[in-house]
Ligand binder design. Structure first.
Ligand code: BV8
Ligand code: ZN
Length: 247
């Protein structure tokens, strides 16, 4: 049986499936990934930008990097891969869980719900001292605003390196990986922990693993089916073949 047919059958008959995404699912929307050539880490190292120390050292520099990313995301629309993942949830409903490492919010825009966002949300801003949410509009602001409650610096609501993930989100993600029969890995280099550990947790739990990525990742050696191409070129077609009714 060819791999397309094998994947369609797995998708059709799965009772509990997890879709796990990284930056690659938003690449077709023009949102830069992190580790691809020309990606976000091309010019700077993560520790120079995506961590608390860097922000405290150079608040304007780090803030402006996030403002630049937010601007790109603002202009980015959802792509056919985001839509295909939303269509899977429509058809699989209770047996479906989306877990994303992305902070761009594009899965919500595409129509997915109940999403477990491991690394936070780039549109949220909060005080670095008292964690109060900052509800002001930050569009076009080049300097991190001051917290209304305590005067501390306001930072993006994402999980930086060295910061713990929200325990409840992480535990629910682990539970989903432990109880699924199909785990679909899309657009991640699978290098960041503890997020990437979900892949091996699913494998150990006996799930079938399917990957969509034009390049090999840290996960590729343990997946059962590997679509080594851009996800937007393959997943939408396969989802339409699997759920042909509302094409
Ligand atoms: C933590 C939010 C506990 C901010 C991010 C040594 C070993 C193991 C772990 C560690 C270690 N040293 C340090 C750590 C811990 C560290 C870590 O994992 N480091 C790694 C890099 C070695 N992890 C942490 O710090 C985490 N916290 O461990 O807490 C703790 C507490 C205190 C002290 C210590 C530990 C927090 C991690 C979260 C960091 N925040 N982002 C922001 O966005 O600015 S991480 C960042 O990487 C993004 O969130 C991103 O989602 C994530 C993963 O990247 P990917 O999504 O995979 O993107 P990437 O560019 O890498 O890959 C894109 C893929 O897409 C590629 O494979 C490409 O081929 C593919 N692609 C491209 N186009 C397409 C495509 N695929 C399909 N279709 C296409 N068209
Ligand atoms: Zn504050």
């Amino acid at each position: 049986m060819n791999k397309e047919k094998a994947f369609i059958d797995l998708l059709k008959y799965s009772n509990k499936l997890v879709v796990f995404t990284g930056a690659g699912v938003s690449a077709a929307s023009g949102v830069p990934t992190f580790r691809d050539p020309g990606g976000l880490w091309d010019k700077y190292q993560p520790h120079q930008l995506a961590n608390e120390e860097a922000f405290r050292d150079r608040p304007s520099f780090v803030w402006q990097w996030y403002q630049w990313r937010r601007d790109i995301i603002q202009k980015a629309g959802v792509n056919s891969a985001h839509k295909a993942i939303a269509k899977i949830q429509q058809h699989k409903s209770s047996g479906f869980q989306l877990v994303t490492q992305n902070v761009d919010g594009l899965h919500f825009e595409a129509g997915n719900s109940g999403i477990l966002c491991l690394h936070g949300d780039i549109q949220i801003n909060k005080c670095i001292e008292c964690e109060s949410l900052y509800d002001g509009n930050v569009t076009g602001i080049d300097e991190p605003p001051e917290c209304h409650e305590c005067g501390g610096l306001v930072r993006p609501g994402v999980v930086w390196f060295g910061e713990s993930l929200d325990p409840s989100i992480l535990n629910r993600s682990i539970e989903a990986a432990e109880n699924c029969d199909l785990f679909i890995v899309i657009g991640t280099s699978a290098q960041v922990q503890p997020a990437a550990s979900l892949i091996s947790i699913a494998k150990r739990a006996g799930a079938k693993l399917v990957e969509f990525n034009p390049s090999a990742s840290e996960a590729s050696s343990i997946v059962d089916i590997f679509f080594q191409e851009p996800v937007e070129d393959s997943l939408p077609k396969l989802v339409d073949l699997c759920f042909p009714d509302d094409r």
